[in-house]
Design a protein around this ligand. Structure first.
Ligand code: LLP
Length: 440
């Protein structure tokens, strides 16, 4: 159980003071439920950790790819966060949510001219330039508009975080960023410094996701600093900002043992301060981009249990009314989750079952070994924990399943922040063939 989750006297799971079973009745299932008190607590943990490093200026940019909706962006804005967006759609959501443009950082390895134009129109704070094509396109666009923009360069420091292969981004063979070891990064710094319209504020790196150790951050920071004296000497490059990305690991299951958030921040801050002292450099402003660690544990998905199938000697499948459409992570990354029966949360959960989704795909299995009470049956509500990051944001319409609703809960109040899609929504953009005869 995470955050404000408790078991009520009626044996039901409560989240943010709301009975999960009532939420399922009122809003339907599948349902994404976010415990906003826990989101706020996570934000405060990052802020407090940085505040302990009084010599440091810092910014925490919420990586909105983890979960981007108007309400979430508003919450991030209200709590003083900056915002990492990676597409025109995430940028649009941020601007529609009234997020201060100067605190928006625009990422992405293939930003289109249209996306960059929107970012320039909105006068966002920083573009994190990923490659040479973008560097020249942005320079030309700014020149044509007579506009300047602050940029960071995304550097690939050649460091692998110990995590799932598909979500490693800091190693050398990656589509992201300017590689440090083969001279690309140096060339990018040179070009940016000589640009008339791009104001090079500093560097960015992101070494991976769901990271459980600090070593990767230390090595990436040291790798960047190992070039700083030379770049300052030869090119007069002063790094005013160092953005070390996100990736802080969270507790999906009892087998995960993430480091406290403060530990990551201490190590990052100490390493940067040490490197600056060692190379006699001014301490840059430190930026981070947590996504999962802000929203992941705060999200719970509620499902209704449906049909079951027992294969003697093999396993019992219980199917839910959602699956890989609302949570692709088990199928894509073999991610593990834990669940409880929300209307029998006080009963011992000793029966091992496999929770299957309803999609027409054998791999649509949400939890291979879940434990539920013996009495668990069709119509019960299953609560799957820790689904707040990359669940809603990676949802699909496979098999034409409508996307679930999202509710925020706190202090016994539940507010809908994304309405459930209807079947009508599913065909909203379909254009039918005009006449029957043209189809023959
Ligand atoms: N900054 C950059 C440049 C990133 O690429 C990412 C994640 C983040 C920050 C935020 O990372 P976080 O703190 O959320 O780990 N879909 C995958 C995760 C992909 C992460 C991509 N980049 C998953 O479900 O595990």
């Amino acid at each position: 159980m995470h955050g404000t989750q408790t078991i009520g006297k009626n044996g039901h799971l409560y989240i943010g003071g709301s009975d999960a079973v009532r939420l399922a009745e009122k809003f339907g299932t599948p349902l994404y439920v976010y415990d906003t008190a826990l989101i706020k607590q996570k934000i405060r943990l990052f802020q407090e950790a940085f505040s302990r490093h009084s010599a440091l200026n810092w910014q925490i940019a919420y990586a909105s790819k983890a979960f981007s909706t108007l309400a979430m962006i508003q919450l991030a804005g209200d709590f003083g966060l900056s915002l990492d967006v990676v597409s025109g759609g995430e940028l649009y959501t941020a601007l529609k949510a009234g997020f201060p443009p100067e605190r928006i950082h625009f990422h992405g390895n293939n930003k289109s001219a249209d996306e960059l134009a929107r970012a320039l129109d909105a006068k966002i704070g920083t573009v994190i330039v990923d490659n040479f094509s973008e560097l020249s396109m942005l320079e030309q666009m700014c020149a044509a508009r007579g506009q300047k923009i602050e940029i960071l360069l995304r550097i690939t420091p050649g460091v692998e975080a110990h995590t799932h292969e598909f979500i490693m981004t800091g190693h050398d063979d990656t589509k992201f960023g300017f590689n440090l070891d083969n001279g690309m990064a140096e060339r990018a710094v040179f070009l940016a410094l000589h640009s008339e319209h791009l104001i090079l504020k500093g560097l960015h790196c992101h070494i991976g996701s769901q990271i459980f150790e600090t070593e990767g951050f230390i090595r990436a920071i040291r790798a960047l600093f190992s070039h700083m004296n030379e770049w300052e000497h030869h090119m007069h490059f002063r790094m005013k900002v160092l953005n070390v990305g996100g990736g802080f690991g969270i507790k999906y299951t009892s087998k995960d043992h993430p480091l406290p958030i403060g530990r990551f921040i201490d190590v990052i801050a100490d390493t940067i301060e040490d490197e600056c002292a060692r190379h006699s450099l001014c301490i840059p402003e430190v930026w981070i981009e947590p996504g999962r660690s802000i929203v992941g544990e705060a999200g719970t998905t509620l499902y209704t249990l449906g049909s079951s199938k027992t294969i003697p000697g093999i396993r019992e499948f219980i199917s839910i009314d959602g699956g890989m459409t609302d949570n692709i992570r088990p199928a894509l990354y073999q991610a593990n989750y834990e669940a409880i029966c929300a209307n029998r949360a006080d009963e011992p959960a000793e029966k091992k079952v496999t929770i299957a989704g309803k999609c027409c795909e054998t791999g649509d299995v949400l939890i291979k070994d879940a434990f539920v009470p013996e009495s668990c049956k069709m119509g019960d509500i299953l609560a799957v924990f820790c689904t707040g990051a990359y669940g809603y944001s990676m949802a699909s319409h496979y098999n034409r399943l409508p996307n679930p609703a999202v509710v925020f809960v706190e202090d016994g109040e539940a507010s809908i922040v994304v309405r459930r899609e209807t079947y009508e929504d599913l065909i909203r953009n379909d254009v039918p063939l005009r006449t029957f005869s043209s189809r023959q």
